[in-house]
Design a protein. Structure first.
Lengths: 218, 218
């Protein structure tokens, strides 16, 4: 039996792919973990009720840990507690890349906690990650888009081969990061090989947040 | 004569207040500096043409330095060049707070470059910063808002006492950071004591970027 692991969970493609990668590598995943900000006045791209359905489909407990100020201490305590209270030896994340060149936040916070960090997607080319997503059999839906980079017609779309090719084409044109690393889009996984059942969503509500600006006319 | 300084410039209230604070502290500000991302597929809250007008009003050169991948090396080189090519001894920023607990990026990149960093607003309470903005005589306009946190009626509004009080009230209610630290809004300075002339903008264009999401109905 491999190392006892938890996956940092947002409901999207990256964490679910990381879960499958960790599973393939022999890790024994025993929980999904979501760090929930104490104050979040902004836009919640990742609905907790959906994550609860995913955890149920995976037959895994969903641990929600509240993160507050000061952040670093809060993250360190949360990761330490995962080790001491839940026996987690490895924390798996779907993190892909540096943010503004800053080091990986979870890896940094986990240092010295006794909990290891596995980032199976780290700095892989975007095309490789998206191919892995397709060949792993994840059913991923586009659930949040930043317009006008991506139009509203993307909402609800399955990330199949054609959609992935379009994203890679848009990345070539400098429009988006093909994995949405700059917040261009967010996704939700509705089915995957490790899901015991497919998630069926009966109805949707639509959220919208607009940035509006004025600037000197040219 | 104080240390020869450059101010990291975005056109908004924080950098302009930092300029005035540095000036009061005896620094000799000789340039405005804007780090321009090589690729920016997103939304530009800070129009470069407006910054050019501000630099002209301040009678200062506006240095635009392109930042690329890898970011950290790119920032370190940019800051080093400010020292060696422009004689800058101190880089002044309007940075206010940690981002997710991460250390100050500019300070980190400036380490070892020989260029010092002055952050006169660092970790001051938001109300103190906004009071300084008012008493310093800055004419600050709201130019970008994140709806629905702030409505479109804020666009173009002057940040006077009444507006500041409203922002602080919204912060108390957990709606926004009163200084817009989470991207809730952006501002432009159209006049300030160090401006040789007021900036008059003849016409505006309006930009809009929407985040749209679907989520399971409750």
């Amino acid at each position: 039996m491999g190392s006892k692991a938890a996956v940092l969970w947002t409901g999207g493609k990256d964490c679910c792919l990381a879960l499958h990668e960790a599973h393939s590598l022999g890790y024994f995943v025993t929980a999904l973990v979501t760090f929930v900000p104490e104050v979040n006045p902004g836009f919640l791209a990742h609905p907790l009720p959906l994550m609860a359905l995913q955890a149920e489909a995976l037959d895994l407990p969903h641990l929600q840990i509240v993160i507050g100020v000061p952040y670093k201490e809060s993250y360190i305590k949360a990761i330490t507690d995962l080790g001491s209270q839940h026996g987690i030896e490895t924390l798996v994340t779907g993190d892909i890349d540096l943010i503004n060149g800053a080091p990986n936040w979870i890896r940094e916070c986990a240092e010295g906690t006794g909990v290891g960090v596995l980032t199976p997607l780290w700095q892989l080319p975007r095309g490789v990650i998206l191919d892995k997503m397709l060949t792993s059999g994840l059913d991923v839906r586009m659930t949040c888009v930043k317009m006008p980079l991506l139009g509203v017609e993307w909402l609800g779309r399955k990330l199949d081969r054609a959609a992935v090719d379009e994203l890679i084409e848009l990345e070539r044109g400098g429009v988006v990061d093909a994995c949405g690393e700059n917040g261009e889009f967010h996704t939700m996984v509705v089915d995957a090989p490790l899901f015991l059942k497919r998630i069926v969503v009966e109805g949707f509500s639509v959220g919208r947040l607009s940035m509006v600006s004025i600037r000197p006319a040219n």
